[in-house]
Ligand binder design. Structure first.
Ligand code: NAD
Length: 508
């Protein structure tokens, strides 16, 4: 495909860092390469921490939390309100930095910052709604209730593909819940993390009385994440990334009885039923499968199509796959930007070869030349499979959509549930019985089950997360905040006698 050479990310990165109030000196050197997947160019290097540094930072965050936990929650909400204001002020530039560092198209970069603003708004409201219950007691002259208290230092480990939103989902809730936060961002996206930390610090300065160390950035590789996971002063770690990472982290947290919020890999499906609105389905599938170049945890990776509509749907999808604009995500009209790096591209090549070996027919999937050998762009791949097997059972973090046909809904639901992951799912149908069955206890086994839209692109109001190898964690909306607090059950006796529960007698 003809295309002008993609370049110039280094200058763009430096200019946007200036506008975001980040000192260019952060790029002076270190073990982390700050690179843009747009042209593969290096903007500079960022310093990593050692495990010993992490200990000192956790102690600082712990001291901050001891002061913060007794600040009234609505007052804590004021800090998060100010953070939301700072994010509004830098929305365009921070969104652009997400584009530059993670390779998302501009509207998705902006959308990610919007998501941060949304969760701040949610958390501000929540700061006045950290409700406990008053419960009917069986004992006369008693009151039974529960209260929610701050937990401590919350560790956040995040992935490259949502370099800023994941921190905010955790931090906005953790802060109003009376906790401090220590963040280990992906080593592939160090600069967006620095820009977010700068925004937090401006909000804290305006707030005036935030304890020092309430939100700390800990840059580094997996060893820094592991130091957080193992630290006795970190009672909760929220870790977003691959199932491989979750398998390393979960047993270590369990060994010291710390809490884990695990947001791991997905292998998300959509069922297209005979009654589906096919035009709508094509649009929903296109965004969910090709958006973010297939690098969302909720990306649509498996399409389960009824045999009566499969040919018609596949014709339309193939046309969309052939025509979608792949290229520089800074350019208007581009819908598919780059893969994050060479390893990601190699993974895609390997999966497509395995799909062919398993009898799959591949449309697309070729590398697109953008005039920079260090950047990895691909045409999204549509792979028609004889059955659900081989690479279709795994998450390959690239734009590959596998397609299988089905005959009846039970079979389709069994296919949907027949993978180790359990994040997001959807059905396209106008048949009410099918839609309800899909969302019923006998339907999708995922944390997210949608009707007439794709599996990706959640809003913050709902609890976000998935089952099975996705890790079981929930964050963002609904009552996800409860994971960031500890619950105390209180019984108060305001009588002059001492009745025991269950009628037990113990007279001395
Ligand atoms: P990754 O697992 O390579 O890295 C994620 C983070 O974990 C990074 O910060 C990394 O440094 C850290 N890490 C890795 N090993 C660790 C260890 N042993 N101890 C502590 N920390 C460790 O993932 P990635 O390539 O950055 O992101 C892509 C993956 O993330 C995909 O599998 C995707 O599905 C998943 N993801 C899931 C969600 C979700 O909400 N379920 C959201 C976004 C991404």
């Amino acid at each position: 495909e003809a295309m002008t050479a993609v370049s110039g990310t280094r200058d763009d990165v430096l200019a946007v860092l200036d506008r975001l109030g980040v000192d260019r000196a952060v790029l002076a050197g270190g073990d982390i390469v700050a690179r843009s997947p747009i042209d593969g160019g290096e903007a500079g290097r960022v310093t990593t921490l050692s495990a010993a540094d992490v200990d000192a930072l956790v102690r600082k965050a712990h001291a901050a939390q001891l002061a913060w936990r007794v600040v009234p929650a609505p007052r804590r909400g004021e800090l998060v309100r100010l953070l939301g204001e700072e994010l509004r002020a830098v929305r365009t530039d921070l969104g652009l930095l997400v584009t530059l560092e993670a390779g998302k198209i501009l509207s998705e970069g902006l959308g990610e910052v919007q998501e941060m603003i949304d969760i701040c708004d949610f958390a501000v409201g929540l700061s006045r709604q950290l409700y406990g219950l008053t419960i009917a007691t069986e004992r006369p002259g008693h009151r039974l209730m529960e209260t929610w208290h701050p937990l401590g230092v919350c560790g956040v480990i995040s992935a490259f593909n949502f370099p800023v939103a994941v921190w905010s989902w955790n931090a906005a809730l953790a802060l109003v819940c009376g906790n401090s936060v220590i963040w280990k961002p992906s080593e592939k996206t160090p600069l967006t993390a620095i820009a977010v930390q700068a925004a937090f610090e401006r909000a804290a300065a305006k707030f005036g009385s935030a304890p020092d160390g309430l939100s700390i950035l800990a840059q580094g590789h997996a060893d820094v994440g592991q130091a957080l996971v193992d630290h006795p002063l970190v009672p909760l770690v929220s870790a977003t990334g691959s199932t491989r990472m979750g398998r390393a982290v979960a047993p270590r947290l369990a060994a010291r009885f710390a809490r884990a919020i695990l947001e791991l890999g997905g292998n998300n499906a959509a069922i297209v039923a005979p009654s589906a609105d096919l035009e709508l389905a094509v649009r929903g599938i296109a965004f969910a499968a090709m958006g973010t170049a297939g690098q969302r945890c909720t990306t649509l990776r498996r399409l389960i199509v009824h045999e009566a509509v499969a040919d018609r749907l596949l014709d339309r999808l193939a046309a969309a796959y052939r025509s979608v604009k792949v290229g520089d995500p800074r350019e208007a009209g581009t819908l598919v930007g780059p893969l994050i790096d060479k390893a990601s591209y190699d993974g895609m090549v390997k999966a497509l070869a395995a799909a062919k070996a398993a009898g799959g027919t591949v449309i697309g999937g070729d590398r697109v030349d953008v005039g920079s050998g260090d950047a990895y762009y691909v045409r999204p791949a549509l792979v028609v499979m004889p059955d659900q097997a081989g690479p279709m059972l795994e998450e390959t973090f690239a734009p590959i959509l596998y397609v299988v046909r089905y005959r009846d809904l039970d079979q389709a639901i069994a296919l949907q549930n027949g993978v180790p992951q359990g994040l997001a799912s959807s059905i396209f149908t106008t048949d009410m019985r099918e839609a309800e069955t899909f969302m019923s206890p006998a339907g999708s086994d995922c944390g997210i089950a949608n009707v007439n839209l794709g599996p990706s692109g959640a809003e913050i109001g709902g609890a976000f997360g998935g089952e099975k190898e996705t890790g079981g964690g929930r964050e963002a909306g609904s009552d996800s905040w409860k994971a960031y607090m500890r619950r105390a059950t209180n019984t108060i006796n305001y009588s002059r006698s001492l009745p025991l529960a269950q009628g037990v007698q113990f007279d001395i």
